[in-house]
Write a protein that binds this ligand. Structure first.
Ligand SMILES: [Zn+2]
Length: 119
């Protein structure tokens, strides 16, 4: 009588169906929230905030820290809002140039990946 090889199917943890479903749900939720906050970038209120930020801090903060004088092009949240509308409006802003802004965003994405879920 043939015996079937035992297959290891963890009930939870990485690799299990439940885990994958949970990850997908988490991803969906974050995407929805991020989408909602993304719309705020088109509002007059944000445009005023951004203009104000560039007025009070016309130079890139990160370049300035390295002794480089560089015109800021972007208003960035010092503490990432991570899709939180409340944080979007209340978190402190900093002026950054494109290059610095991109490097900040990349670091944020990496830290989100490494930590699993955002804090
Ligand atoms: Zn810069």
């Amino acid at each position: 009588m043939p015996t079937r090889p035992k297959t290891f199917r963890p009930a939870s943890g990485p690799g299990s169906d439940a885990y994958r479903r949970q990850q997908a749900a988490e991803y969906d939720r974050r995407r929805r929230e991020t989408g909602e906050v993304h719309r705020l970038y088109g509002t007059q209120r944000w445009k005023r905030m951004r203009a104000h930020q560039k007025m009070i801090e016309p130079l890139c903060r990160m370049c300035l820290a390295d002794g480089i004088t560089c015109a800021a092009t972007t208003a960035d949240h010092v503490v990432p809002h991570r899709g939180d509308v409340e944080a979007f409006w209340s978190n402190e802003l900093q002026s950054l140039c494109n290059a610095c802004h991109n490097s900040v965003k990349q670091r944020e994405e990496q830290s989100t990946l490494h930590r699993g879920r955002g804090v």
